[in-house]
Design a protein around this ligand. Structure first.
Ligand SMILES: O=C(O)CNC(=O)[C@H](CS)NC(=O)CCC(=O)C(=O)O
Length: 276
């Protein structure tokens, strides 16, 4: 099966971002991808909560979701919308960072709200407090498709391997990690973390990413690492998209899942030990 990763430099204007996103999804489908994935916060990269309150919509009214569901149907593809920043029913007014799996008929097959919030000082000058703006999810999501069960995760989740082991033990063969990784941690950790999760779980890891310098109305530009990546269950990097936005397609042979798990059965072994 052919998979397409869409790499974006989204701005903080959802309406302005949409045409390019739709263009890359169409290009991936044109190149034969039956499963296409977009990055975290496909609709809006912003660090400005007031700006987000202006431009973000609830799920039921979100134009990016409606347009991408229509695109999935038009192209007859499975589409993972890595995430959308959405208004939610949260009493504290926090947004949802929500991933959607859309079926080829345009229906929403599964949803996942990012569990782990990126509250991290990556270096002396750069600090993130995702939990100030977003409400964390509380539930892991395993989605069923005709080609493979999919464990849905987002970005910073990648640092919590227990989540991935649980998803794989529950049946996942593909793990999705749509991201907007910071350049500092991206250079040091991105590829290693993705390959480690693939090797530990015997899953394909598909990680479409935001890249570059993101335009923002108040000038508070944000930079992301790019390098959208597809990793096979044995740990091989099948695709590294570099830093340019675009549609990147590669071949995924799902038989590699059983082959890798047959060679190293660590997923099936529950070692017994006691300690701290
Ligand atoms: O803020 C938004 O609009 C959407 N959310 C994100 O971009 C999030 C939180 S800032 N980014 C990450 O989780 C990066 C993780 C990362 O870089 C790492 O784990 O090292």
């Amino acid at each position: 099966m052919r998979v397409g990763l869409v790499q974006l430099t989204a701005s903080d204007d959802p309406e302005a971002n949409l045409p390019e996103t739709l263009g890359h999804v169409a290009e991936a489908a044109r190149q034969g991808a039956g499963f296409v994935l977009t990055p975290e916060v496909t609709n809006c990269v912003s660090t400005d909560r007031a700006r987000q309150r202006d431009v973000l919509r609830p799920e039921a009214e979100d134009p990016t979701l409606a347009a991408l569901r229509q695109a999935a149907r038009a192209h007859g593809i499975w589409l993972l919308i890595g995430s959308l920043a959405l208004r939610s029913a949260d009493p504290q007014g926090r947004f949802a960072n929500r991933s959607f799996l859309v079926a080829p008929d345009g229906s929403v097959a599964a949803r996942y709200d990012k569990i782990h919030m990126f509250d991290v000082a990556v270096d002396a000058t750069e600090t993130y407090r995702e939990s100030a703006g977003y409400r964390p999810g509380e539930c892991a999501t395993l989605a069923q498709t005709p080609f493979a069960p999919i464990g849905m995760t987002i970005c910073y989740d990648i640092r919590f391997p227990a989540l991935y082991r649980r998803l794989a033990q529950a049946g996942a063969q593909i793990l999705t990690v749509p991201s907007a990784f910071s350049p500092v941690t991206g250079a040091a950790h991105w590829e290693v973390l993705l390959r480690a999760r693939a090797i530990e779980t015997g899953c394909f890891v598909l990680a479409p990413a935001q890249t570059g310098s993101h335009p923002a109305a108040e000038g508070r530009a944000r930079r992301t690492w790019g390098h959208s990546m597809a990793v096979a269950p044995w740990g091989e990097v099948l695709l590294d998209a570099g830093v340019e936005p675009g549609a990147y397609v590669c071949e995924v042979d799902l038989e590699a899942v059983a082959a890798a798990r047959g060679r190293v059965p660590s997923l099936a072994n529950e070692p017994r030990w006691e300690g701290p």
